[in-house]
Design a protein around this ligand. Structure first.
Ligand code: G3P
Ligand code: MG
Length: 238
C-alpha cells in the first residue's frame, strides 16, 4: 500500500508545521504526517523546521534554543504567510499530538543539525510515552547518532534513516549501522529504480522527500517506492 506523508502539514495552505497546517492535512484525509522537532531553552519540544525564526518573523533574532517556551508562544509566525494566520505560533509537540487521531501515522523528524540538542531523544520518547503515542510512529533524522540514542532508549521504535546527499550504497550503510532501520528516506533527486530495488532487497521501505510534481511521483511509484513526502495535497492525500 502506498503511504504518502503530508510534509510539515499542508504547507501550501497554512504556515508549515503549525496546528492549522496539520488540521488541514488531517481534514484532507492524509494517512501520514511529517513534522520536525527542536528544543526550546527550557527543554520543551517545539515543532519547527528551521533552527531560527527569521523565515517566519524577521523581527525575531536568535535561535529557537535561545527562547523559553513561554516566549516562543508569544511570537507570531503566522502573519508572514497571510493575515488569516496572524497570531499563529510554533506549536509544542504536545499540542500537535492532541489533534492527531491515533490511526494517523506520525513521522517525527529530530532536527539536530546545525544545532545539537543534547537529550532531545529522551525528552521526545518521554513525551510520546505520556501521550500514548509510541505506536503508529516513525522517528527519523539526518543525525544517525540521534537515531542510535532513540534505539538505545527504546528498541521498539520504528526508525527512518534520512539521507540528504547521495552516498554509496546507503542500504549497506544501514545494514552495518547497528540500527533497526525500517525505512530509508532519501532526497528524491537521485532516486532511481536501482536505488529502490536495492533498498527493498535489503528489507527497507523507501520514502523519498520532497515530491511535489505528479509526474515525478508516478515515476517513483513505478520504481516501487512505498510512498513519498509531499507538500502537494493532490499527492499526499492519494
Ligand atoms: O523528513 C523528510 C524531510 O522533511 C526532510 O527534509 O529539510 O524538509 O526536514 P526537511
Ligand atoms: Mg522534515
Amino acid at each position: 500500500m502506498t503511504l504518502n506523508f503530508a510534509h510539515r502539514g499542508s504547507l501550501t495552505e497554512a504556515p508549515e508545521n503549525t496546528l492549522p497546517a496539520f488540521k488541514k492535512a488531517i481534514r484532507h484525509g492524509t494517512k501520514a504526517l511529517e513534522l520536525d522537532v527542536q528544543l526550546s531553552k527550557d527543554n520543551h519540544l517545539v515543532v519547527c523546521h528551521d533552527h531560527k525564526f527569521s523565515r517566519f518573523n524577521k523581527d525575531v533574532e536568535g535561535l529557537i534554543k535561545d527562547y523559553s517556551i513561554e516566549e516562543i508562544k508569544q511570537i507570531d509566525i503566522g502573519s508572514a504567510f497571510g493575515d488569516e494566520y496572524i497570531g499563529v505560533t510554533l506549536p509544542t509537540l504536545e499540542e500537535v499530538l492532541k489533534i492527531c487521531p491515533p490511526d494517523l501515522l506520525l513521522n517525527i523528524e529530530i532536527k539536530n543539525i546545525p544545532v545539537i540538542y543534547d537529550g532531545i531523544e529522551q525528552i521526545l520518547l518521554d513525551t510520546l510515552h505520556e501521550h500514548d503515542r509510541l505506536k503508529n510512529l516513525v522517528i527519523s533524522s539526518f543525525d544517525h547518532v540521534a537515531l542510535k540514542k532513540v534505539q538505545e532508549i527504546n528498541s521498539n521504535i520504528q526508525l527512518g534513516m534520512l539521507f540528504y546527499y547521495r552516498i554509496l550504497n546507503p542500504w549497506d550503510y544501514a545494514n552495518t549501522s547497528g540500527l533497526n532501520i525500517s525505512s530509508i528516506h532519501p532526497n528524491q533527486v537521485y532516486v532511481d529504480q536501482t536505488f529502490v530495488q536495492e533498498c527493498k532487497q535489503n528489507g527497507y521501505s523507501v520514502y523519498p522527500f520532497t515530491v511535489n510534481n505528479v509526474g515525478r511521483y508516478e515515476e517513483l511509484l513505478e520504481y516501487g517506492v512505498d510512498g513519498v513526502f509531499s507538500n502537494e495535497p493532490e499527492i499526499f492525500i492519494r
